[in-house]
Design a protein around this ligand. Structure first.
Ligand code: SF4
Length: 435
């Protein structure tokens, strides 16, 4: 895909933005491109393969080519290999920047892996400032939210990027996708990258802004609306309790923007709800507005000890209630469990398997995960607990019965690789800031 040039001011250099465009990270990339949008003149090209990305870089007639990469921690190694391919196919042209949660947590690792720059934190302000700096030929150290490589290969950080209200930028423009209604999370689950990346408070998009997104999508003929949020029923709230009035205002507003056959999906993919937020009142509210027949509920463990250690902020008691209430109101709960959290004993795993089986009997499906020591989280350096064959066999049995699904075996492989990388990059090494 390529865009047309507009007339550039005499002083400005022409900049091509080439995106290594992958399905796994489209939501974040669309938000960045929406922020950049018409604010700064640029030529945009999307590379859906390494070869297409390299071709866009080679073919660009711009003075500068900025290549955007974004990936999650488990993909970091594969993306570094792709970067080497793209560099060799494009004759070494282009300034390559990696952004997203992995780059934010591990800028030195990203620089060592071959990227020229790491984007740290929320990328909207940074991409705007970066493209402006390239056009105006200003030093990149003036751009907030970056790690830049110094002569010794050390990642030097620039000033931090601001965390702005969510309404400052759209979730997307001219495209369709889930609308980000909340960013940041007040909970502190020790395995989760969200509070670290986006801050420990909720920032909610206003209903007016959400309606604007829906209106645009409906104008393009879209009839389904989904949302991105760390915890769906926290919409509009700043504390632990749901604000159902705010949730209703949101859902009713969205419905008003949709055609009669339009559908709203809330509390299902790509978001979830916390178990203690599932109440009969909340379920009755959702039933009035939403089209999803399932709810994704985070349980994470059947052991109160492990839940307390993980900082989840709830024990197992609301989980059974949540599943029962959701089923009573016509939702099929998909319940997330994580196996192998640090310090988890075989006894804890038995408790999780028992709870999972009980929930399946109540009508839930179990979404199984393996703990991964993710960069940026308090448990980055924690040792994953051993998952014995007996536990694996039980998870397989649940899956064969159709009661469980998930990529827990693949995640176990990622966990080993992430733990090795964490050891190679001890926390708080080689961090310096530009002046
Ligand atoms: S797991 Fe969910 S509730 Fe916990 S910190 Fe992450 S986003 Fe928040």
């Amino acid at each position: 895909m390529s865009g047309a040039w507009a007339t550039l001011p005499d002083v400005a250099l022409a900049v091509s933005v080439v995106v290594r465009y992958r399905k796994a990270v489209t939501y974040g990339v669309h938000a960045l491109l929406a922020a950049l949008g018409a604010r700064v003149e640029h030529d945009l090209r999307l590379g859906t393969t390494p070869e297409e990305t390299a071709r866009h870089i080679r073919d660009s007639e711009a003075d500068r080519v900025l290549v955007l990469w974004s990936f999650y921690s488990p993909d970091a190694e594969a993306m570094a290999a792709e970067l080497a391919t793209v560099r060799s196919l494009s004759g070494g042209r282009g300034l390559h920047i990696a952004g997203g949660v992995h780059a934010t947590a591990e800028p030195q690792q990203v620089i060592d892996a071959g990227w020229d720059l790491a984007g740290i934190g929320e990328g909207e302000s940074t991409i705007i400032a970066l493209v402006r700096a390239l056009r105006e030929d200003r030093p990149l150290t003036s751009v907030p939210g970056l790690a830049v490589r110094d002569a010794d290969g050390v990642a030097l950080r620039t000033a931090p990027a601001p965390q702005l209200p969510l309404d400052a930028f759209p979730s997307f423009t001219g495209r369709n996708g889930p609308i980000e209604i909340t960013r940041g999370c007040r909970y502190t689950c020790r395995f989760c990258q969200t509070p670290f990346m986006f801050g420990g408070q909720f920032r909610h998009r206003s209903v007016a802004s959400v309606r604007e997104h829906v209106r645009e999508m409906a104008g393009r003929g879209m009839r389904d609306v989904r949302f991105i949020t760390p915890t769906s029923l926290s919409y509009g709230s700043s504390g632990p309790d749901p604000d159902l009035g705010a949730v209703e205002e949101l859902l009713a507003g969205v419905k008003e923007e949709l055609p009669p056959h339009g559908r709203v999906f809330f509390g299902s993919f790509p978001s979830e709800v916390r178990p203690e937020h599932v109440s009969p009142e909340a379920m009755r509210l959702l039933k009035r507005y939403v089209a999803n027949d399932n709810l994704i509920i985070g349980a994470q463990s059947g052991s109160d000890r492990v839940l307390a250690a993980s900082g989840r902020g709830h024990d197992t008691s609301p989980v059974r209630d949540a599943v029962r209430i959701a089923v009573e109101h016509g939702f099929r709960p998909n319940v997330d469990f994580i196996f192998g959290m640090p310090g988890e004993s075989e006894e804890d795993q038995v408790r999780s398997l028992t709870l999972a089986a009980d929930l399946a009997d109540l009508g839930a499906r179990i979404h199984t995960h393996t703990f991964m020591p993710l960069p940026g989280t308090p448990w980055r350096d924690a040792e994953p607990a051993f998952i014995p064959l007996a536990t694996m066999a039980e998870l397989d049995r649940l899956a064969q019965r159709g009661d469980a699904y998930g990529h827990w075996r693949k995640q176990a492989e990622h966990a080993v690789r992430l733990a090795e990388t964490a050891k190679a990059y001890p926390r708080r090494t080689r961090r310096r800031r530009t002046t």
